[in-house]
Design a protein around this ligand. Structure first.
Ligand SMILES: [Zn+2]
Length: 62
């Protein structure tokens, strides 16, 4: 499983593949792969999100 983050709303979710629409904001967004691949957050087997890749940029929203 891969962890994805919506570039528009910042929503993170787990899916085998990128959905057509964001489950949260229902937009056709681009999604960033935020899966953890390093031991610090559990490794790729853990299915964890890499916290370094998920910065909640609330300041970006207007
Ligand atoms: Zn979204």
């Amino acid at each position: 499983m891969t962890q994805w983050k919506c570039s528009t709303c910042g929503y993170t979710f787990t899916s085998d593949r990128i959905p057509d629409q964001c489950p949260s904001c229902d937009e056709r967004c681009s999604f960033a792969d935020v899966t953890c691949y390093v031991p610090e957050c559990g490794g790729s087997e853990s299915g964890n999100i890499d916290p370094r890749l998920v910065h909640t940029d609330r300041s970006k929203k207007t």
